[in-house]
Design a protein around this ligand. Structure first.
Ligand SMILES: [Fe+2]
Length: 190
């Protein structure tokens, strides 16, 4: 965990990446079990909730509403380069989550096409988010840590705290982290 004195412009976001990657690993296990006809559809539903509310609303929300505008103010362009690529990948992730959500009812009814859609969209999300996080951690966040320092960094980190204290469709951040842990437990039993 970071504390106020050691927090950088990206340390809280990097910590969140670790949980998102752990859930991506769990999703890979759930997808492999589903391919062998061992479906845990409640776990897939939890994955959709986790992606929508933790990875997107809570995590990407801080990037898009706070970090990226700060970097733009410091000179990075919005419409090209790393920020534009990250924004496009966030949109792709939302599309995968929507495809998963849209296939859940059919998958529960045993529809083979819906199950294939659910599995493929989940696999697409796992591939996307792994390469996306690698790019953020190793490229954009390295730039951010150099560009946003001192009082600007403290102000940004304070604003992160405000987002993290929000309710995400009735869930706290801590509850969503616990949901991520439950998905990992389910995958261990898949
Ligand atoms: Fe991120």
């Amino acid at each position: 965990m970071t504390d106020a004195t050691s927090e950088t412009a990206t340390s809280r976001l990097r910590e969140e990446h670790e949980l998102i990657l752990a859930v991506a690993d769990a999703m890979q296990t759930l997808i492999a079990a589903a391919a062998a006809e061992r479906w845990d559809l409640d776990a897939f539903q939890d994955c959709v909730t986790f992606i929508r509310l933790f990875a997107d609303a809570c995590h990407h929300g801080k990037e898009e509403d706070l970090l990226f505008p700060e970097l733009e103010q410091a000179g990075l362009p919005h419409d090209q380069g790393p920020i534009a690529v990250m924004l496009a990948e966030h949109r792709q992730g939302r599309a995968f989550a929507q495809h998963m959500a849209g296939a859940l009812d059919g998958a529960r009814a045993g529809n083979a096409d819906a199950r294939a859609t659910l599995r493929n969209a989940a696999a697409g999300y796992v591939n996307l988010i792994r390469s996306h996080i690698q790019k953020e951690d190793n490229v954009l966040f390295e730039m951010a840590d150099q560009m946003v320092r001192g009082p600007a960094c403290q102000k940004l980190c304070g604003a992160y705290g405000g987002v993290c204290a929000r309710s995400f469709e009735g869930h706290t951040k801590e509850q969503l982290q616990a949901l991520g842990d439950r998905i990992r437990d389910r995958a261990l039993r898949a």
